[in-house]
Design a binder for this molecule. Structure first.
Ligand SMILES: *Cc1c(COP(=O)(O)O)cnc(C)c1O
Length: 460
């Protein structure tokens, strides 16, 4: 399996190389040259999650990993989940289902991908003897998921930059309480955008990049998208696919999770509409409605994991909508540097064949949490509530709708309490979170300071 960059000017890689690299050297995103077709989708029915995952993921790996290695990685990745089904479905209303993706160790869907790539990285590094340094920027959920996946692994250090004072207490404690020597939680002065900008500085310093073996695990990593394709299959099959179509509604920020739904569709799963659900940071909703992709100011919200203006993985959907024209993508991304671009009529039409969209304001989000609690007894996290509320606008008779519940409500207790006056409790396995000692390093918003800290703290 060959992986190519959306901008067409980076080396062609195999799966393992694309996974370890993250971002392509030309600034683009890696995609498989062709999407394998899934045969015998019906056979996935009632398989354990890990076995369904094996069938969905295997064709993308080429000879990067053996089947035995993948089996071992999947077992280790999902063993610690708090639910035997891993991604259980629950009914919200007639024809509307909730896919619970928050039973992993850090209570957000990010665990599905991060736990798996933690295992795959480990296998690859043991084979090569290579040492790497993972540096990630987070607004909360990616950082804790990455720390949980890479803590204690030999050959790996993991540095996570988060904006000081701007993550929830649960999110912070998940990053600062792991005692492993290879985990480094860095509280940086500034916003999430500053953290991301310093991260890009590190990747653009090619000497530093090579010296510490810098690796990226943010949501543009193809291996993360691939891991998320699996639960579209398991959910659709339990609702009657491949014999009927199924719609999905996805709370969306960086477009990684919903893109996985498009990949499932391109593999042959009968996915009807993919509903892109956004908060007030609605660049994707505006783009799909008007054809104009224009960057505004990030407005902090009660669904912080979707507070994003530049939605990185959208580039992959554009690449397909433009029929793989890397030159056109390079032009769009150059225009983005000066504020935005217009999507061509043909490409917009192609996108609209797969995606519909909607947005919720802050008040509407609180109202949605209240309404689903009243009507179903379910307490949804603010992100999931946005997904479910936008989904109800797009229900179609005879086509089941699945809303992805991306986080556990206890991760966002303040928002939930504002909506319904109840503070959701953490699940039992996390009850000790507030008693453990915290360990973090405060750091200024400065690339040179960051580099020397990394060189000094590395355990390798
Ligand atoms: C990351 C995240 C999202 C957004 O997912 P994308 O793949 O970036 O679109 C939504 N909800 C929660 C809880 C998240 O952590």
């Amino acid at each position: 399996m060959r992986y190519i960059s959306t901008r067409g000017q980076a080396p062609v890689l195999n799966f393992e190389q694309a996974m370890l690299t993250g971002l392509a050297r030309d600034g683009g995103l890696y995609l498989p040259e062709t999407i394998p077709q899934m045969d015998d989708i019906a056979a996935l029915e009632s398989l354990p999650y890990e076995q369904a995952a094996l069938r969905v993921i295997r064709p993308f790996l080429g000879d990067s990993f053996t089947e035995a290695e993948l089996v071992q990685a999947l077992d280790a990745a999902y063993r610690g989940f708090g639910h035997a089904a891993r991604a259980p479905l629950r009914q919200l209303a007639p024809g509307h289902h909730l896919l619970e993706l928050f039973h992993g160790p850090t209570l957000a869907f990010k665990d599905f991908a991060m736990q798996l790539i933690g295992q795959l990285f480990q296998i690859a590094l043991q084979r090569s003897g290579q040492r790497i340094t993972i540096v990630g920027a987070t607004s909360g959920d990616t950082g804790s998921a990455a720390i949980e996946a890479f803590r204690g692994l030999p050959n790996v250090d993991v540095f996570i930059l988060f904006p000081h004072g701007r993550v929830s207490e649960v999110q912070r404690r998940q990053m600062t309480t792991p005692a492993d020597a290879n985990v480094h939680a860095l509280a940086m002065d500034g916003h999430f955008d500053d953290c991301q900008a310093r991260l890009k500085d590190l990747f653009n310093d090619h000497d530093f990049r090579d010296r510490v073996g810098l690796a990226g695990v943010n949501s543009i990593n193809w291996a993360r998208v691939l891991a998320q394709v699996v639960y579209y299959f398991t959910a659709a099959v339990s609702l009657g696919a491949p014999h009927r179509a199924v719609d999905f509604s996805v709370p969306t920020g960086n477009f990684g999770d919903v893109l996985a739904g498009l990949v499932a569709k391109r593999m042959g799963l009968p996915v009807g509409q993919l509903v892109v659900a956004t908060n007030q940071n609605d660049i994707l909703h505006r783009a799909l409605t008007t054809g104009d992709y224009r960057v505004g100011q990030v407005e902090p919200s009660i669904s912080p994991s979707m507070d994003i203006q530049v939605s990185s993985n959208f580039e992959r959907a554009l690449f397909w909508a433009y029929d793989g024209d890397a030159g056109a993508i390079r032009q769009l991304m150059a225009d983005l540097k000066t504020g935005g671009f217009s999507i061509s009529q043909g490409a917009l039409q192609a996108l609209r064949e797969d995606f519909v969209s909607g947005r919720l304001s802050e008040d509407e989000t609180l109202e949605a949490i209240r309404r689903f609690r009243d009507e179903t007894g379910e307490i949804l996290c603010p992100h999931s509530a946005i997904g479910a509320a936008v989904a109800t606008r797009h229900l179609r008779p005879g086509v089941p709708m699945v809303t992805l519940a991306t986080a556990h409500p206890a991760k966002f207790p303040d928002a939930v309490e504002r909506a319904i006056g109840i503070r959701p409790a953490l699940p039992p396995h996390m009850a000790g979170l507030f008693d453990l000692p915290e360990r973090q390093t405060r750091i200024e918003n400065d690339a040179a300071a960051l580099k020397s800290l990394i060189l000094e703290r590395r355990t390798a």
